[in-house]
Design a protein around this ligand. Structure first.
Ligand SMILES: [Zn+2]
Length: 279
């Protein structure tokens, strides 16, 4: 999965670092990232254009990434502003993972300029990764939205879907955001009922994944169909949903996403519940 970058190590702890010329800069503006050919711009690149205002974000091993706070000053350069869609398949993978994680932080900083309670401009905390209101002391931490991915199984079949109105047309599993007051099991039961009108049982945790593209952390679960397999499709959300036999699932070597990995685990009978549920 995207976050699995061993032997490289991800460090998200709050640090007070001085930027080096070779460190990378996440210049993010209007869902685009400033690139110097195939790589994100560096501190040195930014100094050639102007005076970068930098905020430390994360590092991978000793390679640090900074946010360019005055990206508006860099709209007209010889570097290229590129749509962030390229990040999904970017090599090396650790760089793609670092970039999208930085973009999640960049969006969060951008959306927390003012206190939501009293409207005062927020300032960065000096002791942790947080925005603080100097007037009413409200503290805001990075936005991370929990969501579930659900593999609904029925013997050697699994429920797959395609989303309505999205570019992404491959098969996916059911997924949805948690709502207030829910535990994961409640979210799963509600989402499956809302999207396809089915009941499920034996909800079992599989794996999780940060998915910074949507400020999300995904928790993946398998469960079993409970009762009839009469699908009632929520056509606002899904274009189609059906139970596919294991043999009809396309092979998927792209294991960047948890949903792809879960479908592949089902196809290859390597999901942990296989023996108990199918033998
Ligand atoms: Zn305030």
């Amino acid at each position: 999965m995207l976050q699995e970058i061993s032997p490289n190590e991800f460090h998200n702890e709050f640090e007070d670092r001085v930027p080096k010329d070779t460190d990378y800069v996440v210049a993010f503006n209007d869902e685009k990232l400033l690139m110097n050919k195939d790589l994100p711009v560096t501190v040195s690149d930014c100094k050639k254009v102007g005076t970068p205002v930098l905020q430390y974000l994360i590092r991978i091993d000793d390679t640090a990434f900074y946010l360019l706070e005055n990206s508006d000053d860099y709209l007209d350069t010889n570097y290229q502003w590129e749509s962030i869609r390229f990040i999904r398949g970017y090599e090396p993978q650790w760089m793609g993972y670092a970039l999208i994680t930085c973009i999640q932080l960049a969006r969060w900083y951008d959306h927390r300029r003012y206190c939501g309670k009293c409207g005062t401009p927020m300032v960065k905390s000096k002791i942790e990764r947080a925005m603080v209101c100097p007037h009413c002391k409200t503290i805001e931490y990075p936005k991370i939205c929990p969501a579930v991915i659900v593999g609904v199984t029925d013997g050697d079949r699994i429920l797959v879907s395609r989303y309505a109105g999205r570019e992404y047309k491959k098969y996916a599993l059911l997924a949805g955001f948690m709502e207030i007051g829910e535990d994961f099991e409640m979210t799963i039961r509600r989402e499956v009922m809302e999207e396809v009108g089915l009941k499920v049982k034996n909800i079992t945790y599989y794996k999780s994944q940060p998915w910074a593209f949507s400020d999300t952390v995904l928790a993946g679960f398998f469960c079993q169909l409970d009762g009839l397999d009469q699908i009632q499709l929520d056509e606002d959300e899904l274009q189609e949903a059906e139970f596919l036999h294991r043999e009809d699932l396309p092979e998927n070597k792209d294991d960047i996403s948890l949903t792809a990995q879960m479908m592949e685990a089902f196809r290859t009978k390597t999901y942990p519940m296989y023996e108990k549920w199918e033998e």
